[in-house]
Design a protein around this ligand. Structure first.
Ligand SMILES: [Zn+2]
Length: 87
């Protein structure tokens, strides 16, 4: 009754192979999905935004949209070009 043993071993190997292939396929599908598609994975990480104070008028502006100006090794953020020019 060696045949039964071979069948059992074959089924076990096939099951292992299938799980490995599924894991590989999942890794590929999650890596290849378009960024806008909803996925069960972790939420997309975006560049951290922070608020900076406009040194001229005191308005808090987002670093992502503010007008920037470097001065003395520091970066200042302004709500408008007028404030930047006044600075
Ligand atoms: Zn301003």
């Amino acid at each position: 009754m060696r045949l039964i043993l071979y069948v059992i071993v074959g089924v076990v190997i096939l099951t292992l192979l299938r799980s490995v292939l599924e894991a590989v396929g999942k890794a590929f599908s999650s890596a290849g999905s378009p960024p806008g598609a909803p996925s069960a994975g972790a939420p997309r990480s975006q560049a951290p935004q922070s608020l900076k104070k406009d040194p001229v008028c005191g308005t808090f502006v987002s670093t992502a949209t503010a007008i920037q100006k470097s001065k003395g090794g520091e970066t200042y953020y302004f709500c408008s070009a007028e404030c930047r020019d006044k600075f």
